[in-house]
Design a protein around this ligand. Structure first.
Ligand code: LLP
Length: 432
């Protein structure tokens, strides 16, 4: 019935997450509020880690892609789960460091890391820096030399794979701002450049073909393409690439029609491909990394809103206006993303109504969902939007000077705040 095992309905007919009653949470903490299940997050981490153990004999690592949702508590949980961390900015790196995350398990991505971010990465001693372009390679080399360090690097490769997902979140094709193209020979040229570049040590290759992907085939294809590149690199340059990062992008369930692939059903064919390619090309199986973000955090949170008004436009549609919107969840306005919507206090009733959930921002496109089936819903009800754990808070804004919501974590039915609600004072704190 639900997008995640963390959700249920209690004897009052209220939606629960991690055993906590969402209607009670809304009363106590106010709305909008984002509520995560800690057990759900940990369960997902373990499923990925076990998969790596099972299919690569532990010769690999799972990195949580912090862009999905980063904060001190998430970094602490990821550390406890023995995960690595993918960061893409000084801010994500700073958060991890402040949470005491071991820097040797941090992997620094990004298509335009600034000089200061690269310096910060070297100062903190991040495990790997994923180099995106020749300019960055030169800057990093010069910086590392100045600081008397050697950076262990990966190169980000565009493997030329067309994964079927929204064009904004597709990244493996040649027309992408990320990384080095394979087909044009750009990737091989840069491998050679790395070999001649001081104070960098090329240890791995990376690719990420896109996000919210349900097919296994593009992942298997990417693994083969990357293994061939490792073999070609060895043959042409003698360089042995010992680490292969295959990225993230595993699709999750937002609505009933989404059919996510089980982790193992992805990992098994990909690992078989990696091993078969290793044999075919006569190279060793590299240390494998994967970078799930959405599939760790996405389905393990709900956002709770209070309904302010219900506007029926005869023969057109019914708008249900909530006390949040694109400021806490810009995914509908950006990608027309699907969501499951529920009335939290009538979670066991039939969804007989069809409504358009409208945010409170001064913008017609500020919707969370159009024509969504939902239970009866009235002014004052708590509306729950499911699967808001990834790329919601992390992409939130203060548009219309609306403070960001509070974020809660539930464990064994106990609720705690992990990010405080922003106040109006927070909104003006940098104004002069
Ligand atoms: N690794 C790299 C290099 C990435 O660029 C990403 C996501 C991931 C891993 C994690 O992908 P995931 O497993 O979460 O799909 N804002 C969009 C998604 C953008 C994804 C960016 N990169 C959304 O809300 O759908």
């Amino acid at each position: 019935m639900f997008v995640s095992d963390s959700l249920n309905v209690n004897e009052l007919g209220h939606l629960t997450i991690g055993g906590a009653d969402t209607v009670e949470i809304a009363e106590k903490y106010g709305t909008p509020v984002i509520v995560y299940s800690e057990d759900g997050i940990r369960r997902n981490c373990r499923a990925f880690v076990n998969s790596i153990d099972k299919y690569y004999n532990g010769n690999g690592r799972v990195l949580y892609a912090g862009k999905a949702f980063s904060c001190l508590e998430m970094c602490r949980i990821m550390n406890e789960e023995k995960m690595g961390l993918d960061v893409v900015s000084g801010g994500e790196l700073y958060t991890a460091v402040k949470a005491g995350f071991p820097t040797d398990r941090i992997y620094f991505h990004g298509n335009n890391k600034t000089y200061n971010e690269l310096k910060m990465a070297l100062e903190y001693g991040v495990g790997r820096i994923i180099v995106d372009n020749p300019d960055e390679l030169a800057t990093l080399s010069a910086l590392a030399k100045e600081m008397g360090k050697t950076a262990n690097i990966y190169m980000r490769i565009k493997p030329g794979i067309d994964a079927h997902t929204h064009s904004f979140i597709m990244t493996g094709q040649i027309d992408s701002k990320f990384g080095f193209a394979l087909e044009t020979g750009e990737a091989m040229e840069c491998v050679k450049l790395c070999a001649e570049t001081e104070n960098v040590n090329l240890v791995g290759l990376h690719c990420h073909i896109g996000s919210q992907i349900f097919d296994v085939d593009p992942f298997v294809h990417a693994a083969e393409v990357m293994m061939k590149l490792i073999a070609d690199v060895k043959a042409e340059t003698g360089i042995v690439i010992s680490e292969l990062d295959l990225g993230g992008g595993f699709g999750i369930k937002y609505v009933d029609s989404d059919k996510p692939v089980e982790f193992d059903a992805y990992m098994k064919p990909v690992s078989e491909q990696v091993k078969a390619s290793a044999e075919k090309y006569g190279i060793d199986v590299p240390f494998i990394l994967i970078e799930p973000g959405r599939s760790i955090a996405g389905a393990e949170a709900v956002t709770l809103y209070t309904v302010g008004n219900v506007k029926k436009i005869p023969d057109i549609r019914t708008y249900v206006a909530i006390d949040g919107g694109m400021c806490d969840n810009p995914r509908y306005i950006l990608y027309q993303s699907d969501y499951t919507v529920m009335c939290a206090s009538r979670a066991n009733e039939n969804k007989d109504a069809v409504v358009t959930v409208a945010g409170k921002c001064c913008e017609s496109g500020d919707l969370i969902q159009e024509n969504a089936p939902v239970q009866k819903v009235e002014k004052g009800d708590i509306l729950a939007v499911l699967t808001t754990g990834a790329y919601n808070y992390s992409m939130s804004s203060n548009y219309n000077r609306i403070p960001r919501p509070e974020v809660l974590m539930v464990k064994d039915g106990q609720v705690r705040t992990i990010i405080k609600r922003e106040t109006y004072e927070d909104i003006i704190k940098n104004d002069m």
